[in-house]
Ligand binder design. Structure first.
Ligand SMILES: C[S@@+](CC[C@H](N)C(=O)[O-])C[C@H]1O[C@@H](n2cnc3c(N)ncnc32)[C@H](O)[C@@H]1O
Length: 225
């Protein structure tokens, strides 16, 4: 089936024996991919709007997986169904993802794996998940249409991270491929531009930004060794 590289990468991170819920499914292609290409037996795809779910229904019928992909119209984790142990959320802002998880924390007790790909505020998402009792199990980047997407895999269980590790990504900072370097370089460019634009009165923000620039320069130097 046709699926973009970003969604395929997310799909390939979903555990084979899991019962996954995709929140904000839009076209439901991720859930369909899990059934058709990865052999999962069932999946739930949810969205809080009718338009996307209409598209999802057409796709589920087209790919003949209506009996295996359940479509639910609901807000965030309200679409939780007994037995679900994995949640994917992608293509949304990080603060929206955090709100979805915060609004219905009680369902998280059953969720072992969360695969999240926020469009922004990934540091805030990492912090939120750590507060909710998860640790970072994997971090992957995908580049599509000139945009680099971060895909974060969280598993249940607490771990401590220094600010540096959390900011750079504890898994990502150990990778030496060209996309990781390009990603760090683009964050460095953004941080350097921000530092120039910050008014002097933003003292704390200036201190943090300088620290982040130092971490990025050091990591890029190490990656290029
Ligand atoms: C840009 S699409 C992303 C689709 C797909 N997940 C992807 O990564 O390509 C975001 C979808 O999330 C849905 N959405 C946004 N906030 C939501 C919420 N709080 N609960 C459920 N769905 C939500 C939108 O209706 C939209 O269909």
């Amino acid at each position: 089936m046709k699926i973009n590289n970003r969604l395929k990468t997310i799909g390939d991170l979903v555990p084979l024996s899991s019962y996954p819920l995709d929140i904000g499914c839009d076209h439901a292609l991720l859930s369909i991919y899990l059934i058709k290409e990865r052999g999962l037996s069932k999946a739930v795809a949810s969205d809080n709007k009718s338009g996307p779910l209409k598209k999802a229904l057409e796709n589920v019928k087209f790919y003949k997986v209506s009996d295996k992909v359940k479509l639910v119209k609901a807000e965030g984790l309200d679409s939780y169904i007994e037995g679900i142990d994995t949640v994917t959320i992608s293509g949304m802002g990080g603060l929206n993802i955090n709100k979805i998880l915060d609004d219905n924390r009680s369902y998280l007790k059953n969720i072992n794996t969360l695969i999240l790909s926020p469009n922004n505020y990934s540091l805030a998402v990492k912090r939120k998940l750590i507060k909710l009792g998860y640790h970072i199990d994997n971090e992957t980047l995908v580049k599509e249409n000139k945009i680099i997407y971060e895909i974060l895999v969280f598993k249940k269980g607490r771990k401590y991270y220094s600010y540096k590790k959390l900011f750079l990504g504890p898994v990502l900072m150990t990778k030496k491929d060209s996309l990781t370097k390009e990603y760090y370089q683009s964050i460095l460019n953004t941080k350097q531009a921000l530092l120039k634009a910050l008014p002097k009165s933003f003292r704390n923000k200036i201190i943090v930004t300088k620290k982040e620039i130092k971490y990025l320069l050091q990591t890029l130097k190490d990656l290029n060794k």
